[in-house]
Design a protein around this ligand. Structure first.
Ligand SMILES: Nc1ncnc2c1ncn2[C@@H]1O[C@H](COP(=O)(O)OP(=O)(O)O)[C@@H](O)[C@H]1O
Ligand SMILES: N[C@@H](CCC(=O)OP(=O)(O)O)C(=O)O
Length: 373
């Protein structure tokens, strides 16, 4: 038994849970659950981010293939999510473990209070030995409010709970230097330390009928995990002992290694960067851009050239340069009305040191290489 519990988040994609006909495969689930049980027996805390609600449900609604329209997919997810949880619960109970369901929407994490609340709930579950099974709340989310895919969701959840490792399982052995579905001689990349433009370029779309994000969304997800200091692994779900071996650093696949020595985003900055919904824009004066992007200074009201949108104090805003290029996101200390009339604020009330955005409440894309949503 380890002294301190390590926390592992495992993302299981639709293609890893379904048969070639597209239905939920009990055999595939049994294999993966067996490996999770091995980790639990060794004292690990394990959280699953599981897709499969739509795949498990659509045939029961009479569709022959995965439906296209949003209400049809949502109806399929409504049937399938129950079936999925029933199967997980039954299988974990047979090994003496308890599973729980957490359904999230993007707006749950966009509100700081709900974000902290989700975190506290999951922490209690993990500390009490439960295996939380997270999915997007597909039946109620609209396209605009979706995480988009469970790859992104899994990275956000891994960051939320301060996981030690994120394991993403798919129908490929890892990241190749070309899409293996169309480039047969593509080679496996075993380790990634930085997600460079070259890495982004080799990642293509989905190769299966049930998968949604393809490699592109996985790379976006690994960027988020790495910025939060979470190392990740990508491998094939059908490989024997893949989860167990990935945790013990001996699996075939791609390891995305986070540099925990460089300063990582703290919880508040992670929330700003990955989950908040910006409510307005602030355009910086040209000569202030460099210091602010380099983290050398906060943003003073006088550094701002232009403000758009209507927001209150504590809102998250996009910070743009003079050409309109997004530099990052920050939390404002004052409402837009006040910032727009800053010169008219009684000078007697100012110390001259007021900041529109504090230095630690601004997250620069330049350093963290992140895409929000
Ligand atoms: N560079 C690449 N390396 C590996 N797979 C890639 C790459 N580019 C595109 N892909 C495709 O991404 C697919 C995995 O994503 P996806 O179909 O969404 O699966 P999942 O359901 O597991 O999320 C692979 O089967 C492959 O066809
Ligand atoms: N939330 C959806 C899955 C969406 C999704 O991202 O699927 P996948 O690309 O297979 O991980 C479901 O449960 O069907």
């Amino acid at each position: 038994m380890q002294e301190e519990s390590k926390r592992i988040v495992v993302k299981i994609g639709s293609s890893s849970l379904t048969s070639t006909q597209g239905e939920l495969s009990r055999r595939k689930l049994e294999k993966l659950i067996h490996e999770v049980v091995l980790l639990k027996d060794e004292g690990y805390e394990v959280l699953l981010v599981s897709s499969g609600a739509v795949a498990a449900g659509y045939r029961r609604l009479g569709f022959l293939s995965r439906p296209e329209s949003l209400p049809e997919r949502q109806a399929a997810a409504s049937v399938g999510q129950g079936l999925l949880m029933e199967t997980y619960s039954e299988l974990f109970v047979s090994h003496g473990y308890v599973a729980s369901q957490i359904l999230l929407t993007r707006s749950d994490l966009a509100h700081e209070e709900r974000y902290n609340n989700a975190r506290n709930t999951i922490n209690v579950l993990l500390e009490r030995g439960i295996i939380p099974i997270v999915n997007e709340n597909d039946s109620v989310t609209t396209d605009e409010l979706k995480f988009g895919d469970n790859d992104t969701l899994s990275a956000k959840v891994a960051a939320l709970v301060d996981a030690d490792q994120l394991i993403v399982l798919s129908d490929v052995d890892g990241l190749y230097n070309g899409n293996p579905a169309t480039t047969p001689d593509a080679e496996l990349i075993e380790e990634v330390y930085h997600i460079t433009e070259d890495i982004v370029k080799v990642a293509g779309g989905s190769g299966s009928k049930v998968g949604t994000g393809g490699m592109k969304s996985k790379i976006d997800a690994f960027k988020i995990a790495m910025a939060a200091g979470v190392s990740s692994f990508l491998g094939r779900s059908t490989t024997a002992n893949i989860i167990y071996d990935a945790v013990h650093a001996r699996a075939i696949g791609t390891y995305f290694i986070a540099n925990t020595e460089v300063e990582n985003l703290d919880k508040k900055q992670q929330w700003i960067a990955f989950n908040s919904g910006p409510e307005g824009n602030i355009v910086l004066k040209r000569d202030r851009v460099q210091d602010i992007v380099n983290g050398l200074a906060g943003i003073a009201p006088d550094d701002i050239d232009e403000i758009s949108g209507h927001f209150e104090g504590k809102a998250v805003v996009r910070v743009l340069d003079h050409k309109g290029v997004e530099l990052g996101l920050g939390v404002v200390n004052y409402a837009s009305v006040m910032l727009k009339q800053w010169d008219a604020v009684d000078p007697g009330l100012k110390t001259g040191e007021e900041l529109a955005i504090n230095v630690d409440q601004f997250v620069s894309h330049h350093f963290h290489n992140i895409t929000v949503k």
